[in-house]
Design a protein around this ligand. Structure first.
Ligand SMILES: [Zn+2]
Length: 135
């Protein structure tokens, strides 16, 4: 990818990443089994998968559900979203790194060298610490 393509990809990534949402209209009553096997009625956002608020009282769950059965809390919504975020962030970091490399190869090399020296210093002091500890 050349610089223009990298910038275009970065724009795309930044555009899709920011998708703020209001959990409130997306909340649905779900049953969630907690430690000890107790079944609670909770509100789950169907976009991010988060639970909002604590367990519902019997009265409010009856009121919200009317005569419907509440489906089980869907753990996959949150994990799919988190995995998506992880992949997105990794690519953004990669694209940023490639842009940096093209724009300023010297700075990129210096940063990499400095990182390596810091790592070596950490190793050296860890060795020293281990050695003096053994004595
Ligand atoms: Zn949400």
């Amino acid at each position: 990818m050349d610089l223009n393509e990298l910038f275009a990809r970065k724009e795309e990534l930044l555009a899709v990443s920011i998708e703020p949402h209001d959990c409130e209209p997306q909340l649905q009553v779900r049953t969630r089994v907690v430690a000890g096997g107790h079944r609670h009625y909770v509100k789950q956002c169907q976009v991010c998968g988060d639970q909002r608020g604590g367990p519902l009282s019997k009265a409010s769950s009856v009121l919200l559900l009317r005569d419907n059965e509440a489906p089980a809390f869907d753990e996959s919504i949150g994990s799919i979203r988190r995995e998506g975020m992880r992949v997105w962030y990794a690519e953004l970091k990669d694209v940023n790194g490639k842009i940096q490399e093209i724009l300023d190869p010297d700075a990129t090399r210096l940063v990499a060298e400095a990182d390596r020296k810091v790592d070596m210093a950490k190793c050296a002091s860890a060795r020293h610490w281990t050695a003096s500890f053994r004595h």
